[in-house]
Ligand binder design. Structure first.
Ligand code: ASP
Length: 338
């Protein structure tokens, strides 16, 4: 897009009452579907809400400046990865053997180009590495040490693994290990709770969509386990019509090709994002034995926020630049007019 056209579009968006631009910009984020009432004290809850708002504002700045949806997704996720509240980047959950292994992916809806990384433990912002895989390599997915070698070559920030460690997550692992030793039923296990992946989907002023997801995975996961978050079509999907980022019990999201299935329903059954999300996340995944949530955005700007847990950190920001966030089930979150 020429500079002039982008400035005009940006001005249109910023001017109240101005004719709608090509597409109103929209950004939707999640911070995981495993939050339960009682998990957060008042200060933590306030901090979580303001982190979501900050991520929305950060991503929206990109859209308002006429930059691609991919930039908004990357900017919002980077901020959430750095915030220890969420299970991505700093504050990631621990593996069975006490390590943090991070997974991330992103996808550009307009071109269906995608990038993903899995099992990295030294990359401060895995979403930036996923983007580099997409833009600077011939590949779609890189894992472990190889991915970190590529990060080094690309000048992407590497940190000591202790950067990711928080005491709260360490205590969660200790509890999970105790529960496992006691042979507790799965539904009550720490491993089956506290989904905390972060994700974003966006539509830019040219109407292009993008989706991205970043996670530490699930507490107490075993050697080299990779969940849905870096698997294109499972935890992340974007095409010209639809963008999805998921959070939940990754094994089921992979087996259901959850993110792709939601977009397929929107494309072929003409379902709304809310309906398609409901069918896949709140019906199909639980039928198979899983749980979790997702954020869904279509090219018309319709939003779906399905989840079947007690809460999902979630929020959106649209043309007026005002962030809207919610955490628990039952909390009202007004959506943009369709
Ligand atoms: N979906 C992630 C995984 O299975 C976990 C999460 O959403 O918190 O790795």
């Amino acid at each position: 897009m020429g500079l002039l056209r982008s400035a005009v579009l940006a001005a249109l968006i910023a001017t109240p009452g101005a004719a709608a631009a090509a597409s109103d910009p929209l950004l939707v984020i999640h911070g995981g579907a495993g939050v339960e009432r009682g998990d957060l004290n008042a200060d933590e809850e306030r901090a979580a809400r303001s982190a979501l708002e900050a991520a929305l504002r950060r991503g929206y700045e990109q859209l308002k400046a006429g930059r691609p949806a991919l930039d908004a997704v990357t900017a919002a996720i980077t901020l959430l990865e750095d915030d220890p509240t969420f299970n991505a980047g700093r504050g990631a959950v621990f593996t069975h053997d006490g390590r943090n292994e991070l997974d991330s992916s992103l996808m550009d809806g307009a071109t269906q180009r995608a990038g993903a990384v899995a099992g990295v433990s030294r990359v401060r912002n895995p979403i930036l590495l996923a983007r580099a895989v997409m833009e600077k390599s011939e590949h779609v997915m890189m894992v472990g040490e190889g991915a970190e070698t590529f990060a080094r070559e690309q000048g992407i920030e590497l940190v000591d693994p202790s950067w990711f460690r928080t005491d709260r997550r360490w205590q969660q692992l200790q509890r999970a290990l105790r529960e496992e030793a006691a042979g507790q039923a799965h539904a009550d296990l720490e491993t089956a709770r506290h989904f905390g992946t972060v994700g974003a989907v966006a539509r830019d002023i040219q109407g292009r969509l993008a989706a991205g997801t970043s996670t530490g995975g699930m507490t107490n996961k075993r050697y080299g386990r990779v969940g849905d978050s870096p698997v294109i079509g499972a935890g992340t999907w974007a095409d010209a019509e639809c963008a999805v980022s998921g959070t939940g019990w990754g094994e089921f999201y992979i087996r259901a090709a959850a993110a792709h299935q939601i977009c397929t329903r929107i494309a072929y059954l003409q379902e709304s994002p809310a309906r398609a999300g409901e069918e896949v996340i709140n019906k199909r995944i639980p039928q198979m034995g899983g749980d979790g949530g997702a954020i869904v955005l279509d090219a018309k700007g319709r939003i779906g926020l399905p989840f079947n847990t007690q809460g999902m950190y979630r929020g959106w920001i649209g043309a007026d630049g005002v962030p809207h966030v919610a955490i628990y089930a039952g909390e009202k979150l007004p959506l943009p007019p369709e």
